[in-house]
Design a protein around this ligand. Structure first.
Ligand SMILES: Cc1cc2nc3c(=O)[nH]c(=O)nc-3n(C[C@H](O)[C@H](O)[C@H](O)COP(=O)(O)O)c2cc1C
Length: 375
């Protein structure tokens, strides 16, 4: 199958790179003109989708300082929808931030106005804002948030399908006609999730069409998680193959290795080590002090994480990039969400012109417009 390749969208100054220097080198993320050019560039290259994460701020920010923020995914996606015609728009929505009726309305509008180009990435947690959401969030356990997310999706899908909600569950008691419009089958949203825990896999097996996994996940763990999710899918009247795997990769590609080395080095040298350690600390809560992490990982490894967070590094010349995409394809991956440390339209176009034709020649990718359409 042809890989589905999309852009992990830059809705913040820095996406996945923990560096204020890199953030300052990137285009203005508050400029609509910039987003218009990025959306149109991706569409012209034949990419399949723009994936908009959501959270508190870009990766270079620190919680104890004012943040420049991250543009809210469905809001930015509706602007992108108006300047593109074909490309898919996947927006993250936290089920702990919104009541299901609001998700119903956002989704119905996105699905109808985009004429079936919209997908929802369901995140059960709060996107690193737990500390701001207060007591109610603090008291909802990790697994209970997934239960709430599942109940929320049942309600939302019922509303999208039938225009009515009859739900008397653990979290919501709702009965009556839902806010429309009803979404017809041909515009039905793609459902995405990126959970990896037991509860996250149970959620994905029940609902997800696309599952995102961090690009650094080793093959054995990847196989274990994906097989588990596909097995769970079969217990919900779905086929295992209905669940498509997308991996997350960071892209720095140049024509020659020497040019690539320079670009890679520039990003590596500008990683803000405090931000990288803070990130590691937040994702690895069992490691309590920075010192422990240093001892365990060493500076070079921390820098590497600071460059890409959980993404797989596709950093090098064209031959290296092509080999990495082939490796992902051979690993059973159905697609790749690409994050660019330097996310200017020029950088994205350069990747498209250098690498995509090579992937096409090898038969592992084709421009979205050459396929029948759909995800
Ligand atoms: C590619 C990818 C994209 C993600 N996007 C978001 C996001 O936009 N916002 C967010 O709060 N979490 C995001 N996550 C985090 C996951 O949704 C999930 O919370 C995390 O992987 C932990 O899952 P678990 O609690 O089931 O282990 C993303 C994860 C991956 C791998």
């Amino acid at each position: 199958m042809s890989l589905r390749i999309g852009l992990f969208y830059p809705n913040a100054p820095s996406i996945h790179v923990m560096s204020r220097t890199i953030a300052a080198m990137n285009p203005d993320f508050l400029s609509l003109e910039v987003h218009k050019e990025i959306g149109q560039t991706c569409e012209q290259l034949g990419l399949d989708y723009l994936f908009l994460a959501d959270g508190w701020a870009g990766y270079e920010e620190q919680r104890d300082k004012p943040s420049r923020g991250m543009l809210m995914a469905p809001v930015l996606a509706s602007a992108l929808m108006a300047v593109t015609e074909r490309i898919g728009l996947i927006t993250t929505i936290h089920t702990s931030w919104f009541h299901p009726l609001q998700i119903t309305r956002i989704g119905a509008a996105m699905a109808m106005l985009s004429r079936g180009r919209w997908g929802i990435n369901v995140v059960s947690g709060s996107g690193f804002t737990d500390h701001l959401l207060g007591q109610a969030m603090a008291e909802t356990s990790h697994d209970a948030r997934y239960d709430r997310a599942a109940e929320c999706m049942e309600i939302v899908m019922q509303a999208w399908r039938t225009g009515r909600i009859d739900n008397h569950g653990e979290f919501f008691d709702i009965e009556g006609y839902a806010p429309g419009p009803v979404i017809p089958e041909e515009f039905w949203p793609l459902i995405v999730s990126a959970g990896a825990s037991d509860a996250g896999r149970a959620f994905a097996g029940k609902f997800a069409d696309f599952i995102f996994m961090p690009g650094r996940t080793p093959q054995n763990l990847l196989d274990e998680r994906v097989n588990d999710i596909r097995k769970i899918a079969t217990t919900h009247n779905r086929q295992g193959a209905d669940v498509k795997l997308q991996m997350h990769a960071s892209i720095i590609v140049r024509e020659t290795q020497a040019e690539a080395d320079l670009a890679i080095q520039r990003v590596r040298d500008s990683v803000d080590m405090d931000a990288a350690l803070g990130y590691l600390k937040s994702v690895r809560k069992n490691v309590s002090t920075y010192d422990d992490i240093y001892r365990e990982m060493g500076e070079l490894q921390v820098r590497e994480i600071g460059m890409v967070s959980g993404a797989r590094s596709i950093h090098g010349d064209v031959a290296e990039a092509v080999a990495q995409f082939e490796a992902l394809h051979d690993m059973g991956c159905d697609g790749v969400a690409m994050t660019f440390p330097i996310w200017s339209p020029k950088e994205i176009r350069r990747f498209g012109e250098l690498v995509l034709p090579e992937l096409e020649k090898r038969g592992i990718w084709q421009p979205a417009w050459q396929r029948e359409g759909g995800w």
